[in-house]
Design a protein around this ligand. Sequence first.
Ligand code: HEM
Length: 431
Amino acid sequence: MKMPKITMKDDTLALLKNPYRFISSRSKDLGKDVFETRIFMQKTYCMIGREAAELFYNPNYFIRNGASPEAMRATLFGKGGLQGLDGAEHTHRKIMFMSLMTEENAGELKHLFTEKLRHYLKHWSLKEQISLYDEFQKVLTETICAWAGIPLDDEEKVRRTKEIVSMFDSAGSKGPAHFMSRLSRKNAEDWIENIVNDLRSDGYEPLIKTPIEVIIWHRDMNEELLKPHTAAVEILNLIRPVVAISVYLVFIAHALHSNPDCYEKLMMGDEEYALNFIHEVRRYYPFFPSVMARVREDFTWRDIEFKKGSRAILDLYGTNNDPRLWDSPHSFWPERFESAAVDEYNFVPQGGGHPVKGHRCPGEFFTVELMKTALNFFLYEMDYEVPEQNLDIEWSRLPAIPQSRFVISNVTQKTIFVRTTVSQIEISEFF
Ligand code: HEM
């Protein structure tokens, strides 16, 4: 069978205009999980669905080296980091990265995050209104830098927050915003590279290491330290995505506001329901639209010929919203996770497959834990109002967020709450 082709004209503009729905709508029209087109002037296989995800994450068929466009490497990912590695070199460095994702480290991160939220809450309550997207970016930058061992004085906070945000929030923009994103990466890499050089300068490798020191003193497969620039890219691979969780935190607020019945249920204190709510936020709302790879060698799948060196794009958002995998995918319904048979390839908001053996996001555990912390904070520690605003999601933007960035007003510290679960009792000790 021949690969289904709808057209060989370049579809880059169509994809950029509709990054979350281009692949799913074209694939629905064709009735195929894989179709061929041209993106950025190159032959590209667009893939969607569980089986396609399983294929995409098989390293025998796809590699990552040189897969992402230069514009993404110069802004979002950086050059020389995990995203572009393959095989043993990738596994070796990924194991180092995963060694940071422990329960203990997550506990410390959550503790710092809660402290910062409580500190910021006092400022928010003095203001008429605040933009949650902007405020969470500041809270998360301060949290992750404190956790990772990166000094950040008051003067630097604003500047570094802007740089980190610009790397993920403007990477997909056009014109000046995109160039600001490139400049921000360059400045942030210089900043972190200086820290790397400073910490290496006396040649003393500490026995007990902060997270950034784990990266700074990591040795590659040839027993060599990473080049300062590469170490900076990997440290930013830790910092930038944690700050990007601000997108999910805005979506938590959006989901609470749009689904009052969920809010009521969450207030009952059922922790399993709370976790399902968070998974549903990650499934239902858009964030990372897709991931890219290159075909390793010619191969045939379901009679379709994949040509060596061609690009492949797996639609993550489309797979999370595939009606063959998820009933009524466009309804927000946390209860679906009570019975959903979730596996490595059907629920892929942070990529699929195995996090050590492949490119699946190493930060999924931290993401869920920080989302849980923020959800508890919304429920049990703060009261606020949601004034009239445009909460429609900007689907053509990367990342997609509500038009208004989610504004809240009349923020106050909550003083009365129901003490039903262990986590709430812990919270009550604060007062
Ligand atoms: C905001 C929540 C997050 C989302 C939506 C997200 C999403 C993703 C996605 C889609 C990938 C690509 C998977 C692939 O290439 O197949 C990825 C990779 C990655 N993420 Fe995350 N991520 C998030 C949070 C985090 C956190 C908190 C960290 C670090 C603490 C992190 C670090 C990374 C790294 C280093 C990679 C590259 C992994 C590799 O290529 O092996 N991410 N993430």
